[in-house]
Design a protein around this ligand. Structure first.
Ligand code: ATP
Length: 222
């Protein structure tokens, strides 16, 4: 279709394991921005945090199970295949080349992760490659004036933040948008802690993912 560039969401994370917090915000962001597709991109070797507990193959398998049956969702394995650290900026550069200059790319990121964005490798370049779309997360509110983001990120915030999804429609990258997603106080680290103690994690993540975790004795704490 002429003059109707593809609108794509890119959602990176360790997904150790993927849970309903990830899935529900992905679905709500996809609706809010009328995305044609949303790709989950499991990270291999994030530099800014502890290495994942589950092996890359397990985390990939869990993402696949979790998104099964959702026609808008897919998984992109490139970071797991790449050697060395996972830099989001490199992933976006590759995707920009593949998808073309006109595609509207949206980097989906939780509010907690956004607060640390200025620590990411070549982070300013991210805005040249994609819009940055922030999902709400309990305990990580964002002030309208960008207070608390530090000077450099606060400046980017003040010049780039937009109030409505329509404001992102005319450009392939460069804006920041907060999406009023459901506040779901679910984290992978809490799920891992509960599993290690032998406690229930039912209803925090898809049943198929839980079955996989139990069948493969991941996070068992022994
Ligand atoms: P951990 O507890 O191990 O830190 P996590 O639950 O934050 O893990 P990640 O895979 O690290 O999961 O998160 C990937 C992305 O999803 C990040 O941008 C993070 O901010 C976001 N995210 C994760 N859980 C939620 C949630 N419940 N609500 C909003 N955003 C979330």
């Amino acid at each position: 279709m002429v003059n109707n560039p593809r609108s794509i969401g890119l959602f990176g994370g360790t997904f150790d394991p993927i849970h309903f917090g990830h899935l529900r915000i992905a679905e709500e962001v996809a609706d809010y921005l009328a995305l044609a597709e949303l790709r989950f991109i499991p990270a291999a070797n994030p530099l800014l945090r502890q290495p994942p507990v589950a092996a890359p193959g397990h985390r990939l398998a869990m993402v696949r199970l979790a998104i099964e049956g959702n026609p808008r969702f897919s998984v992109d394995e490139r970071e797991l295949r790449r050697h060395g650290p996972s830099y989001t900026v490199e992933t976006l550069e590759e995707l920009r080349k593949e998808l073309g200059e006109q595609a509207r790319l949206h980097l989906v990121i939780g509010a907690d992760a956004f607060h640390g964005l200025a620590g990411w490798h070549r982070w300013e370049r991210l805005f040249e490659l994609a819009h940055v779309v922030i999902a709400a997360r309990p305990g990580h509110g964002l002030d309208h004036g960008g207070i608390g983001l530090g000077e450099a990120l606060g400046n980017e915030w003040r010049s780039r933040v937009r109030g409505a999804p329509e404001a992102l429609r005319d450009s392939p990258a460069g804006a920041i948008l907060c999406v009023p997603t459901s506040l779901l106080d679910i984290s992978a680290s809490r799920i891992r802690r509960l599993l290690a103690r032998g406690e229930s994690v039912r209803y925090l993540l898809p049943g198929a993912v839980l079955d996989y975790i139990q069948a493969n004795r991941i996070y068992a704490g022994d």
